[in-house]
Ligand binder design. Sequence first.
Ligand SMILES: O=C(O)CCC(=O)C(=O)O
Length: 286
Amino acid sequence: MGRYLTDQQITDFRNDGFLVLPNFAPAERCLQLRERALQLAEQYVPSPEQATVFTADGTPQHASDDYFLSSGEAIRCFFEKDAFDADGRLRAKAHLSLNKLGHAMHDLDPVFSSFSRTPELAAVAHDIGMANALLLQSMYIFKQAHIGGEVTCHTDHTYLWTEPRSVVGFWFAIDDATRENGCMWAVPGGHRWPVRTRSRLNDARTSTVTDVLDPAPYPLDNLVCLEAKRGTLVLLDGAVPHLSAANTSDKPRHAYTIHAIDGAAEYLDDNWLQRPTLPLRGFSVN
Ligand SMILES: O=C(O)CCC(=O)C(=O)O
């Protein structure tokens, strides 16, 4: 397999726990994915009465919802909390009120699958040491203008735990992500700290619970702003703390993210995301 990253980029990723790769995905492919995401949103959006709200601001309303818990093998639509008015009515059309689509578009939709599997992505995964990268989940994050919710500081290992730790986030800017519309921020070197929480299924497998391994919040003094133009790929080590602010601007901030794990690591069976019938596949096109 060919190399994609330089030695310096690999060193930067190891040192910082993230790496920003501008111009990774061609703009036209990003726009094609954007259009497809909006089509899927229209096609799959449930009626507002059956809506599952997804929040990443510390108030997980989705945590005990079967629509969420069984979405690892499906294409599901999750609403923004602020999409509803005080009477519980949607302020905008349903498919324009979504927080995200998740979590198996990369396996179930041809447009998403082809965006998610390229020789370049396979090479990047290999370059950062993933011997057998497997695509575990995909999320299309709308971060809609005005209502796009905050994502509080977290690590991805918290949610997608393997032994040893192996999850890596492959986050693509589908729109330009700026300070105004809620770009991501990360703590350089924070991936060397032990991960402080683990989210997992309860014994009845009906809800997620959080094990607090260290109650101290992650120190955020050195946060780095990850502004990203359309087509930028941001790699995130599974233990690097990262976050994004709410989008209060009038510009949407669409992003697409894939979380991959290493097939050599053990994926725990009390992680919320389970794939009982759909085998995991890698980044290679075939
Ligand atoms: O897109 C965002 O604002 C956050 C995404 C994120 O936390 C992730 O992909 O792990």
